[in-house]
Every structure is written in C-alpha cells, then in structure tokens.
Design a protein around this ligand. Structure first.
Ligand SMILES: *Cc1c(COP(=O)(O)O)cnc(C)c1O
Length: 414
C-alpha cells in the first residue's frame, strides 16, 4: 500500500530510475562473433545475402545520442520513448540496446503490446505505459513490472480492481493535461480524483504532462505540473518524479521543462524534430535503409521510364532498379530531388517510386552491378540524412522513422 513516508531516495531505488540504472549482462550480439569493433559498419558479411531490402541499426549511434541527450538535459535520467516499434527501428532490436545504456532509466510506450514485446526481448528497466489498457492487459503489465498511468476517470476504477486482485498497491504515474488537451486528466482537477480508495490502491512514482512544443507555453505547462506536485505535497501526497520534455524541448534547449526526467523519442534515434533544431548537428541517425540493385537498363534519348513515363531521358543514360519501394518506408516523394548512394557516388532517383521498386539514373556509364548495395537513408552523406530526405520528399521527419516497415529484416552494427 502507498506509504507516504517513503523518501524520495527510497522511491528512486524502488523505481529503479537511478542515473546509472541497474547493471545487466551484455545482450548476445546479433552479429557474427568474428566481428571486430574496428571494422567499418557496412562490410558485406553483416549484410543479408538475399535481394530483399533491410534496415541496419547502428548501436554506437544510439549510445552516442543517449549520451548527447543526457548531457543536454543536465544528466537527468532518460525515459526512452519507444512507441511505434521504437520509431520504426524495431522494438525487439532497439529495446535491448537502450536497456544496457547508463543514461537510459526506463522506457515509455503507448500500447500494451509494446510493453510485452520489450519484456520478451529481455528489457529489464522500468516501462511506463502512457495509454489505455483493458483489465486483462493491465494485470499482465503490472505482473511484468510495467507502470500504468492514471490518465482517464475510468483508470481509477481499474487500478482499484487490480490492486484488490493482486493484493498490493499498483505503481503508477499520473498523466496531467496542462493544456495539450489530448491525453490525461485536467491538472487542476487531478488531485480531487485521488480519493482514499484510489490512494490505497496505487503507489505514485511519477507525474507527467505533454508539452505543446511552443517554448513559452511549454514553460507554463511545466510550471503547472510543478505547482500540482507542490499542492499535492502540502496535502501529504508525493507525486514522485516529474517529466514533460520531449526531443523538441531538450534540443531548444528549454531547461525549465526538464524537471526530474526527460522523455525523448526522435532525438535518441538521431532525428531532429524541427529544421531549427537540426542546426545543433550533434545527433547521429541510428539507421541505414539499404537495398540491392536488381536490374540495369539503358535508355536512349527521349525514352521514358515507369508509370506515366514521368521521367524521360534527355540524353542516353544507364539506369538501375533497386529492390525497395514506398511499402518499405522510403517516401514516394523522394523522386523530387532524392539521391541514393551506391559505392561512393550519389545517384538521382527518377520516375516513380512504386510499392517495391525505385529507379536511379547512373549516367553514360553503367557503373554499378546487379547485387550492389544501395543506401537510401543514413548518416553517410548529408543528402541521405533522414531530415534531408524528409525535406526533399515533403515528408515529416517523424515519418522517416515511424513508417519504416516492421517487416524489413534488421541487422545491428556498432
Ligand atoms: C512520443 C512521445 C514523446 C517523445 O516525443 P519526441 O518528439 O519523439 O521526442 C514524449 N512523450 C509522449 C507522451 C509521447 O507520446
């Protein structure tokens, strides 16, 4: 049951949210044991031998981004947002990689299934579910040490039922709506919900809000959350660790929003939430989207390619077909100025990006061979940076990550 005498320090220990975090045995490497850390990341042995496209996850980039975010946030622990399949990188791949990083204190998800996948992948640090769960899901999650959030009026009844069933208090975070009006309970009413049956049923570990990402109003929202915690404290209720800041607030930076924990998503994966934040240039994109050349062709001047012949060769040119398309998460809009790296050269995307195929123009020489590896998105050239591909193709930065197909094969390099 909730013990109001629990000190902050004891709470920290109970929550496992210390800066260093618990220590874990290293995860088994997804790569061949002969791999040496000094080898370049994209050597052929790490690549799948087939013709299907794949996603290369860069574990060193994830570690670099976590350290960078931690430094920007003044060393506060990071609650890593891994919703939407870890922003497309793959929950079962990215989760364990984050779990062993010291700056990462825990995880945030929005769907119950995401918490279950993280536990199945061996993730041991605390997980906070920031969305609804059925009674059945909630019980499974609490048994797996995932924290629920009190976010809607009906959550209180669910928590009371669950605490009775399990015979113990449920660790939770409060989700306060301080002006976003999307999720959570109104900050000026949330304390009135904490009646005595609910307070008996829960152990409050933290309280969160979601910022609208407007600098002055974000400060106001953070002040509202802090004032809420102060009012609660005067009433004998500790709200634990306060958290609000997403990548946007961390990169601005807007330190008034940092509170006790920060809660970034995009920045951890190496993306910048806005063109302005990109000027910081300190993050590394943590994935490469790769595909193979599967066909070469030669066009005479005036010949068109693909649907509606949207591209016509002005001069004779070689072209190559890549086995990747928009279903894999490559934006169809990349025909408007996108480029692809094969070998050490960038080639323009032409024609129409279809479900499973992308065409590139090679120029007067064939230059590439069937089976060659193409990199469509990644850190290797400024033109391939996810933010740059987003800008050229008319997509949001977030889509460059979140629309990566879950069915892409994933490899890990360090
Ligand atoms: C997605 C999400 C974040 C992280 O947002 P980014 O802009 O990717 O950093 C933080 N908090 C909540 C509640 C979220 O849903």
């Amino acid at each position: 049951m909730h013990d109001p005498s629990l000190s902050r320090r004891e709470w920290l220990a109970a929550a496992g949210l210390t800066l260093a975090g618990p220590t874990f045995a290293p995860m088994p490497s997804a790569e061949p044991s002969s791999r040496r850390a000094t080898e370049p990341p994209s050597r052929p042995a790490a690549e799948p031998s087939g013709f299907d496209p794949w996603l290369e996850i860069d574990s060193a980039a994830l570690a670099h981004n976590a350290s960078t975010v931690s430094r920007l946030a003044g060393g506060r622990p990071i609650l890593a947002m891994v919703k939407n399949n870890a922003y497309g990188l793959g929950l079962a791949t990215a989760g364990p990689l984050f779990d062993r990083l010291a700056p990462i204190g825990g995880f945030g998800v929005v769907r119950p299934s995401e918490a279950v996948v993280l536990r199945e992948a061996g993730v041991a640090k605390p997980i906070v579910l920031m969305g609804p769960a059925s009674d059945q899901e909630a019980e499974l999650l609490v048994r797996q040490s995932t924290r629920l959030t009190l976010s809607a009026p009906s959550d209180a009844d669910q928590m009371i039922r669950l605490a009775r069933r399990l015979g113990r208090a449920i660790p939770v975070h409060l989700y306060a709506d301080t002006g976003m009006h999307r999720m959570g309970l109104a900050y000026d009413q949330i304390l009135t919900r904490l009646d005595s049956p609910l307070r008996q049923a829960i152990r409050i570990e933290g309280a969160m809000t979601e910022l609208v990402e407007d600098e002055p109003f974000d400060r106001e929202q953070s002040a509202r959350l802090a004032a809420l915690a102060e009012t609660a404290r005067r009433g004998g209720i500790e709200l634990g660790r306060l958290h609000a800041a997403s990548s946007d607030a961390i990169l601005r930076p807007n330190p008034a929003t940092f509170l006790d924990l920060v809660r970034p998503g995009l920045a951890l994966y190496g993306g910048y939430p806005t063109p302005e934040s990109r000027a910081r240039g300190e993050l590394r994109p943590a994935y490469r989207l790769k595909a193979r050349v599967i066909r070469l062709d030669h066009l005479a001047a005036g010949e068109g390619v693909s649907y509606h012949h949207r591209y016509r060769a002005e001069q004779p040119t070689w072209i190559a077909t890549l086995a990747i398309g928009h279903v894999d998460g490559y934006p169809a809009g990349a025909v408007k100025g996108g480029t692809v790296l094969v070998g050490d050269r960038l080639y323009p995307v032409i024609g129409t990006i279809s479900a499973s195929h992308t065409l590139i123009a090679l120029g007067p020489e064939p230059r590439v061979a069937v089976g060659d590896v193409a990199t469509l998105v990644g850190p290797d050239r400024p033109e391939l940076h996810p933010n740059e591909v987003a800008a050229r193709s008319g997509w949001s930065e977030y889509n460059m990550f979140m629309h990566l197909s879950p069915s892409l094969h994933r490899t890990v390099v360090s």
